[in-house]
Design a protein around this ligand. Sequence first.
Ligand code: AMP
Length: 421
Amino acid sequence: MSKIEAYNFSGKKAIVRVDFNVPLNKQTFEVTDETRIKGALQTINKILNDGGCAILMSHLGRPDGKKQDKFSMKHVIPALEKNIGRKVIFAGDVIGAEVAKMAADLKAGEVLLLENLRFYEEEEGKPYHLGENATDEEKKAGKAKVKESQKTFVKTLASYADVYVNDAFGTAHRAHASTALIADHFDADNKMFGYLINNELNAMDKVIKAADKPFTAIMGGAKVSDKILIIENLLDRVDNLIIGGGMTYTFIKAQGGKIGNSLCEADKLDLALEILEKAKAKGVKVYIPTDAVNADKFDAEANTSVSKTNETPDGWMGLDIADDTIATFTEVIKNSKTVLWNGPMGVFEMEKFSKGTSAVAKALAEATANGAFTLIGGGDSVAAINKNKLADKVSYVSTGGGAMLEYMEGKELPGIKAIRG
Ligand code: AMP
């Protein structure tokens, strides 16, 4: 693979997998959050400033192999043009003679945007047209057929360009046509990651391969089952493991506590105990919330009370961490040199249960100011750090929820392997 910073795009056509899966206003179809467009700018500008041209491709939403106006990439054009400060040529399709001609005619400094890749089943390699009612046999045959036509689809995409750049970290854990398979059509010197993926990989590698100690991982969110693999992988690396959010109560119950109506995965109690035992054996200090803000129902206007997490009154559910826990967690975070945060401490979407998550966000900002490396990943913790306007006060905010989790679990991401080899 090549390194983007060392590559000269002069006179080259670059096909770039970007992540323009942006939120759109449901009535006007305007882009409501440009973060992902801004995230691709460094790569696009490098190509154009070198004297190359860029063919941008992305998916938008889940059109499941059908052309649908509401998922058209054309909605992204105004925001893209504003951000790159030049006109964008819209291909109107992904494949076909016209698109091929537009790509062939593209000149240095020009940008061509392809239509939504997922308008074609070949992008994901899934036979969506068969629907849910198809028999397993039909699905199997359908998949084989799509996989076959996928080869031509991939070849066509690759034929537009001299060089392939993958800068869509959010889909790097998918083995799709544009994220992984296309890389096979370019030799090692002409395929590379864009700046965004490089930044993501550097941040994650710094945490899982070369963390300064003490290293604290904060795992929150709803369920233990979603986080188990990442927790297991981290136990070999961290000094402190902070547990928060709904998964707290599976741990509390496993240890014999009273949890009222709090969230609990009854089939994960043994697993919770296993994690605690493993942590002990490895010398990892585990911090589980000791007090909580409880609600009498799962509602923004619910009545609230505070109790110990292992003495939750009947009929109540723990929806946030309370003051003692906040104080303990804050102290641990502030004394860390590396912090990884995934998942909120409570139901932060509701004001009454957002204090714990905000406190953790602030503690991360303080730790960063004290010289710690702090990485935030996963949709909800990113939303929480943004809500607290602290995104620029932490070291790195990852753009890829699922991709980041899988990388942290120690899995090989198809989009990364396709280029690294
Ligand atoms: P995840 O996607 O697994 O990171 O979970 C995020 C979700 O967990 C958010 O929508 C939170 O509202 C929810 N959550 C956090 N704490 C709790 C809790 N104590 N009880 C129920 N849900 C929670």
